[in-house]
Design a protein around this ligand. Structure first.
Ligand code: AMP
Ligand code: MG
Length: 408
């Protein structure tokens, strides 16, 4: 049996990132930038006003205050979207709105609050001295033309979408989403909504996988519930091998008489890279490849399926899209953690920051691999490599945050 580290490195060695595609900005959220995005022009693109006010020659306002205002002649109006061709000479000023181009000759803005206000009269009283450059957004002060705005590998969120639009990008090159098949196997499974008979259980894993896959930003192209029956398994798995980048199945990979999944994968030409990892839960984890398709056979117990997805499958989905992997953290145990002597131990758990700013955590009290209710109050997975002794409260442990829940 191989270790968790060996299993992880075998998987990593078999990942080939996907190619890219060009999509419209509207659909770009949560996708990964495939090529550096550069500035097509400087930002600001032209000198413009940061405030509503009057464009002036600063020197004209020397000594201005409320009691002895400076009076300037109005040369015109510059508003956002309608630049003017005014050229300010000494003694002149122009009404200039936020975002509007600064008229030639002006070198400062006096905000409207420090003047007698906007009006149609031919003059305005200035109540405060202006400093050169005041309230002017200078061309290129934020970004120079040609600067890299967003590097490849960045996940697109609201800020990136805003910047792409700011620089006029209507389309963007992003990494393709992995095409994924999710299967659950088991003759005992029935779908929620049906009346349950003795010996049956409701299928939970398929719904869980679909939600986890959504969080990984992938496209689920097949989802099936399959009986423990070689023919149906063969038919659906072979179809998935034709069209998917990743196949995820649950159940049927243990030592049971009807656990056919591994056998069928192998008969279909899947190369087995490992089966069984020294870990709890999730020992019978299967990993194989067929050309560039990656195949994960996860054990059927819901906690095993969930944890194996988060620990093994989700990082692969990120690697395929060249997304940075979600970080793990070190936290201090607030309770003891039951380390295994020869297996890597994963448990659902809760993490929080205490009043001194320390990151604490504690494992869920329900530890069976069939006890999915442990996930309900959890916001992370705690993990410890094999060891002779258990970890005690106060010891450090690694946690993997469930990125849809907050650390409290
Ligand atoms: P297996 O890995 O097929 O031996 O299944 C291990 C345990 O997980 C059994 O108790 C199964 O009934 C249960 N199980 C398998 N698949 C699912 C599923 N899709 N939803 C809920 N439980 C499952
Ligand atoms: Mg089964």
């Amino acid at each position: 049996m191989i270790s968790v580290q060996e299993a992880q490195s075998i998987i990593s060695n078999n990942i080939q990132p996907l190619s890219f595609e060009t999509i419209s900005l509207e659909n770009a959220g949560n996708r990964v930038i495939a090529r550096d995005i550069t500035a097509t022009f400087p930002m600001p693109r032209f000198n413009n006003s940061a405030m509503d006010g009057f464009a002036v020659c600063a020197v004209d306002t020397e000594g201005a205050d409320k009691l002895s205002p400076v009076i300037l002649k109005m040369a015109g109006v510059s508003s956002a979207g309608t630049p003017s061709d005014i050229i300010l000479k000494p003694g002149l000023c122009a009404q200039c709105m936020t975002g509007a181009a600064i008229p030639d000759g002006a070198d400062a803005i006096v905000i409207v609050e420090n003047t007698s206000g906007f009006s149609d009269s031919g003059t305005v009283q200035i109540f405060q001295e202006a400093k050169i450059g005041e309230h002017i957004r200078r061309q290129g002060e934020e970004i120079q033309e040609g600067d890299v705005l967003i590097s490849r590998g960045t996940c697109i969120t609201a800020g990136e979408i805003g910047i792409l639009a700011t620089f006029g990008y209507e389309k963007v090159s992003v990494m393709k989403k992995p095409k994924v098949a999710i299967f659950v196997t088991g003759s005992e499974l029935i779908e929620p909504g049906n009346k349950i008979k003795t010996g049956q259980i409701y299928n939970s894993n398929l719904y869980m996988f679909a939600e986890l896959a959504e969080k990984s930003g992938v496209e689920v192209v097949m989802r099936e519930v399959i009986k423990d029956d070689k023919d149906s398994l063969r038919r659906l798995l072979s179809e998935a091998l034709q069209i998917c980048d990743v196949i995820i199945s649950s159940g049927g990979v243990s030592m049971g008489r009807f656990d056919y999944v591994r056998e069928v994968y192998k008969k279909l030409g899947v190369q087995e890279h490992f089966w069984k990892v020294a870990q709890k839960p999730g020992k019978p984890l299967f990993f194989g490849t067929a050309e560039s398709t990656l195949i994960f056979g996860l054990p059927g117990n819901p906690v095993s399926s969930f944890i194996c997805y988060v620990e093994y499958v989700h990082p692969v989905m990120q690697d395929l899209q060249q997304k940075k992997r979600d970080p793990k953290h070190q936290a201090i145990l607030a309770e003891n953690f039951p380390v295994e002597s020869n297996k890597h131990r994963y448990l659902f758990g809760r993490s929080w920051i205490d009043s001194k700013g320390k990151l604490l955590c504690s494992p869920a009290s329900k530890i069976g691999s069939h006890m999915l209710t442990a996930s309900l109050e959890s916001n992370c997975i705690l993990e410890s490599p094999p060891g002779k002794q258990g970890l005690k409260a106060g010891d450090e442990i690694t946690i993997n945050p469930l990125n849809w829940r907050n650390i409290e």
